[in-house]
Design a protein around this ligand. Structure first.
Ligand code: ADP
Ligand code: MG
Length: 460
């Protein structure tokens, strides 16, 4: 029973969200941090640990009152088990118990504000080349001594697909592992904007959410925001962000930001903030040279059971020069083909397969594959998941977003888009497209998601 509930835990939480139409913010704040702590099979009870960061002691009562029924029903619907649940605050569980399970939980609980980190984005998997060695060294320095670094804010900038997100996640993992007592908060701009906008909307009736959010951001030790350019120019969110920036900076807390441009090149950024972003010396990532591109492919190949072989890797590295996302895109495409066909790929097939990804003028060409790659990376999914028959809420949603954006941006036929997404038929694609278009009318978070993805794709 415990194994089954544990293995379905994410599905259960997503079921709570979708069945009871929770907003993104509600879900991220209360539901997604819930962890199954223990299950007693004899008396059919379970203990769930609750994120107590926002409401302290009363967190568990809040969850119990507001969400218990939803959670209980979802567990029953997904696993068939009817169980009674007790909620305990994470800190309470940490204090009571010393066993291994809890010590693991403890590290996570203390840093429970760094959601959405990609496990694969670590310093170990980051290949250092002349294009990124300075940014890498500065990132390591900050990760090694977060509250004493010379780089504050650490501002990493560079074009799309060059490794900014990979690097900032690496720093987060490193700090969480080595400084379990520090409160690390990592968000993408999109999450930040949604959280602030949502709180502002609710604050008309009740200011506590907004105050709690302000407090949450101003009390962390390390604040990390990916793609900060999307916050700049958004009036209210930008104001709020600068207050937080100042408050943290004055307390000597570490701030880490990434952006597509140097602060001085950010048109909508006011002068006084340009200089503030310059305080810690911005570090850039450039396009990788051939040797680095090849090294990145070889590093990826180490982890794969299927080997494309040196000749093909060299061919990809020689010809895909735009950025690392495209480089990986070409590589993943070939690996996927090899898996589907259960055979080795010849150099000629490889050439034919990635022909359209090779550009003569070094400009990024926005194809359906390019869009799909960006979207899946944004949501931490793989090409296989998107192409599969898996219909879990999250995967289906991301698939719909792919359909919508491909159609909007490349104006391809529904058939062609379906072909790229696991050979789905045109009516499925049309349905996905319509679903997003309809939801966009009312769902502000989704509007923001699509807006930011459009900007990433068009590199605005
Ligand atoms: P950005 O945030 O700058 O747009 P990402 O960090 O998302 O770029 O990188 C795009 C892809 O390239 C990711 O899958 C990432 O793991 C990979 N990548 C980027 N730089 C490196 C590197 N130096 N070594 C290994 N992989 C890299
Ligand atoms: Mg990024």
């Amino acid at each position: 029973m415990e194994d089954i509930i544990r293995s379905k835990w994410n599905d259960i939480l997503e079921h709570v969200k979708s069945e009871y139409a929770l907003t993104d913010v509600c879900y991220k704040t209360w539901i997604s941090p819930l962890e199954l702590y223990s299950v007693n099979e004899e008396d059919e009870t379970a203990v769930i640990s609750v994120n107590d960061y926002l409401l302290g002691e009363s967190s568990k009562e809040h969850i119990n009152k507001k969400y218990n029924l939803f959670i209980q029903v979802s567990i029953e619907e997904i696993t068939g088990f009817h169980i009674n649940i007790t909620y305990k605050n994470k800190s309470e569980l940490e204090n009571n118990d010393n066993n291994l399970k809890v010590s693991k939980l403890k590290t996570r609980a203390k840093n429970n504000l760094a959601f959405n980190l990609n496990e694969k984005y670590t310093f170990d998997t980051f290949v250092v080349g002349s294009n990124n060695s300075f940014a890498h060294a500065a990132s390591l320095a900050v990760a090694d001594s977060p509250l004493e670094s010379e780089y504050n804010p650490l501002f990493i900038y560079g074009g799309p697909g060059l490794g900014k997100t990979h690097l900032i996640h690496s720093i987060a993992h490193h700090i969480i592992e080595n400084y379990p007592d520090l409160q690390v908060l990592y968000v993408t701009s999109e999450q930040y904007i949604n959280e602030i906008v949502d709180a502002m909307r609710n604050s008309k009736q009740d200011r506590t959410t907004l105050n709690n959010i302000k407090k949450k951001y101003r009390e962390v030790d390390v604040l990390m925001i990916d793609d900060v350019q999307f916050i700049i120019g958004k009036d209210i969110t930008q104001e709020e962000f600068f207050h937080t920036f100042n408050a943290l900076y004055e307390q000597g807390k570490q701030i880490i930001l990434t952006s597509d441009k140097h602060p001085n090149q950010m048109e909508k950024l006011e002068e006084r903030y340009k200089s503030r972003f310059n305080w810690g010396l911005p570090v850039d990532i450039k396009s990788p040279e051939y040797e680095t591109r090849l090294a990145i492919l070889k590093k990826k190949e180490e982890k794969e059971s299927i080997k494309l072989g040196d000749k093909i890797l060299e061919y990809i590295a020689e010809n895909i020069k735009t950025n690392i996302r495209d480089l990986e895109g070409a590589y993943n495409k070939l690996i996927l083909r090899s898996k589907l066909q259960h055979c080795d790929i010849s150099l000629d097939t490889a050439k034919e397969d990635i022909k359209e990804l090779i550009l003569t003028d070094d400009k990024i060409k926005i194809t359906n594959d390019y869009i799909i790659n960006i979207v899946i990376e944004h949501y931490n999914l793989t090409l296989e998941q998107i192409n599969s028959k898996n219909r879990s809420q999250k995967i289906a949603h991301v698939r719909h977003i792919c359909m919508y954006l491909c159609r909007k941006i490349t104006n391809s036929s529904y058939d062609e888009i379906g072909e790229r997404l696991g050979k789905r038929d045109r009516t499925t694609v049309m349905h996905g497209y319509n679903k997003i278009e309809e939801d966009l009318l009312t769902d502000i978070s989704l509007q923001n998601e699509i807006d930011i993805l459009m900007k990433i794709i068009n590199h605005q």
